[in-house]
Ligand binder design. Structure first.
Ligand code: FAD
Length: 288
């Protein structure tokens, strides 16, 4: 089993304290030599400027390969493509292309009258520029809006065929969930890599809420373990052990790249990577 490649997701800071935390996160995880790091785009397009600033700053100052998340929400096609072009101009050549969720207060995604109606349209336009590596989202436990998994996977195939080169999954807690999904994707003719998204559980209450919203199943054994760990004050230890075990099973099943949802808290992700044997690499600038 060879050492996997890794990538890390951050969100853009909204305050000075948040900026320091993001910077700490980048500095803590950069020595693990990620293939790329990505920066999210606030729900409803709310962090357009902040995402751009965070992406450009990380790109300029860390030397890491940065992927900017971009959604279709609340923007015309021209505005969305202008943002993409500004990334290309800044030397950022990776985009995680998403439809996005409805802005707060609205029930479901409604396309802007002059905007992209779906992620497929966004991916096609980005691909036509010839400037980007495009990654997309995928849902091992089905997107809540999809009628069934077959329809969801058929839609994922349309996203790949439109020009995406890989898909990053929503987080999940059982390796078999990922393996079943990966097999179904292959059967549906998807040959692009499907990268598992790993969420080390930093915040148990938040994870339960978010899992319920996005349809991620939390096995009873994890509920029980967190009840005990919360009582004993050992939740970080448990979260590290669970994520490490999940990653280990994935690697044994042939996965060669792991994508971590860091929530801008680097410690658990760093500890999981270390436990998997992903060691810090000396960077020339640190020894010169
Ligand atoms: P799509 O794949 O385009 O659509 C979701 C599902 O709806 C499809 O799988 C399909 O089953 C169905 N569907 C949609 N349109 C059609 C259609 N025309 N015909 C048939 N079926 C259709 N959200 C943010 O706001 N900002 C982020 O930065 C962000 N980053 C993310 C990163 C990853 C890796 C993932 C997995 C999700 C992320 N999200 C983010 C959440 C994402 O925006 C939501 O899950 C959103 O509801 C779906 O976006 P998508 O591009 O995956 O959707």
């Amino acid at each position: 089993m060879s050492t996997p490649s890794v990538s890390f997701e951050f969100f853009p800071p909204k305050s000075l304290e948040g900026s320091f935390r993001l910077w700490d996160c980048v500095n803590t995880l950069a020595p693990l030599a990620p293939t790329f790091v990505s920066v999210t785009y606030g729900a409803g397009g709310t962090t357009r400027k902040l995402t751009h600033e965070a992406v450009s700053t990380i790109h300029k100052t860390s030397g890491l390969n940065v992927a900017a998340h971009l959604t279709c929400v609340d923007a015309t096609r021209a505005e969305t493509m202008e943002i993409a072009q500004s990334y290309a101009d800044a030397g950022v050549r990776e985009i995680v292309a998403l439809r996005g969720d409805a802005p707060k207060g609205q029930e479901k995604f409604t396309a802007h009258p002059d905007g992209f109606a779906s992620s497929v349209e966004l991916i096609e336009s980005l691909a036509n520029t010839g400037q980007f590596t495009i990654r997309v989202g995928a849902y091992p436990e089905k997107h809540p809006e999809a009628p069934d998994q077959a329809a969801d996977i058929a839609f994922l195939k349309r996203k790949i065929d439109a020009g995406a080169s890989s898909a990053i999954t929503q987080f999940f807690f059982e390796a078999d969930t990922f393996f079943r999904f990966r097999d179904a994707c292959v059967k549906a003719g998807i040959d692009a890599p499907i990268i598992p998204g790993i969420l080390p559980i930093e915040n148990w209450n938040g994870t339960q809420k978010f899992s319920a919203q996005c349809g991620t199943h939390i096995p009873q054994v994890i509920h029980d373990a967190f009840t005990n760990a919360t009582r004993d004050g050992t939740t970080d230890l448990l979260a590290t052990a669970l994520a490490t075990e999940l990653c280990d099973e994935l690697l044994r099943g042939g996965v060669d790249h792991l994508h971590f949802y860091t929530l801008n808290r680097p410690e658990l992700t760093r500890d999981v990577c270390h436990a998997l044997g992903i060691a810090p690499k000396a960077r020339l600038q640190n020894v010169a």
